[in-house]
Design a protein around this ligand. Structure first.
Ligand code: 0L1
Ligand code: MG
Length: 256
């Protein structure tokens, strides 16, 4: 029988080499979500052993539309490392990914430790700053097809992220208009309210779920709150620019 750390090596190697793999549940249909989080933790430990540093967390499936798409009613989470951060305004190399997609998100910078069950006020008080962001999701599974356990084991599809300029934590990010355009053509339009009604709810969930896994949100962590729109599949040559009402712009080019 394949161990959880051996399964972690499979997803880690797929991410490292940008190679599509079959779903883990094809051969292990009973793989639980709990074991999938253990696989995720083992795979991130492999990255840390290669020198990558902890940078924070990503929340996923935070909109009703995405929950329905995967057939679940609970958000998922993953871990961010410094190697996943891409330079805002810079280039994303398409060749480093299997089938990358971009989605507009709100980023929180944590200023004080945050753990367990917290209120919206407690969560806000732990925030140092907020910023517009884009997450690059890239399922390592063939055809971007997976079950809940598969996607959790695969770091909840997280593979990169861009963060724009930080704004004071007092900035209201509860219902901001967001437009993603590609080469000047709008491809996604939405609102930050699509993130669980208000992205602060996503931060509250992050504190609860991360604590349940024996970790906590630490000062300096970045938390990506989840997508405000559907994700846009990336093609070399594209210039992707996302405007967040009153918060700023995040942009990048897609190289081959
Ligand atoms: O960040 C997300 O909401 C993605 C979570 C995993 C599902 C997907 O890859 O679309
Ligand atoms: Mg996302």
């Amino acid at each position: 029988m394949t161990s959880l750390s051996e399964l972690a090596a499979i997803v880690d190697e797929a991410a490292r080499t940008a190679t599509a793999i079959p779903q883990l549940t094809d051969s292990l249909p009973g793989l639980s979500v709990q074991d999938a989080y253990a696989i995720q933790a083992f795979s991130i430990a492999r990255r840390r052993a290669r020198g990558e540093r902890r940078t924070g967390y990503k929340m996923g499936l935070t909109s009703r539309a995405k929950m329905q798409q995967v057939g679940v009613s609970e958000v998922v989470w993953g871990r961010l490392t410094d190697a996943m951060r891409l330079a805002e305004g810079g280039e994303l190399s398409r060749a480093r990914f299997v089938h990358p997609r971009a989605e507009p998100e709100i980023a929180y910078l944590i200023g004080k430790p945050l753990e367990g069950e917290v209120s919206a006020l407690e969560a806000l008080n732990a925030v140092e700053a907020v910023a517009p962001a884009i997450e690059i999701i890239d399922s390592r599974y063939r055809n971007f097809k997976f079950s809940l356990s598969d996607v959790v084991a695969d770091n909840s599809s997280s593979s990169g992220f861009f963060v724009g300029s930080w704004a004071p934590r007092s900035t209201d990010v509860g219902n901001l208009g967001i437009v993603m355009d590609v080469d000047g053509r709008p491809v996604q339009i939405g609102s930050s309210a699509a993130i669980l009604g208000n992205p602060i709810r996503s931060l509250i969930s992050a504190a609860r779920l991360v604590t349940a896994a024996g970790e906590r949100l630490e000062p300096g962590d970045i938390v990506l709150a989840g997508a405000a729109t559907a994700a846009h599949p990336l093609t070399p040559g594209e210039y992707v620019r996302t405007s967040f009402q009153s918060l700023g712009i995040v942009a990048f080019s897609v190289a081959a």
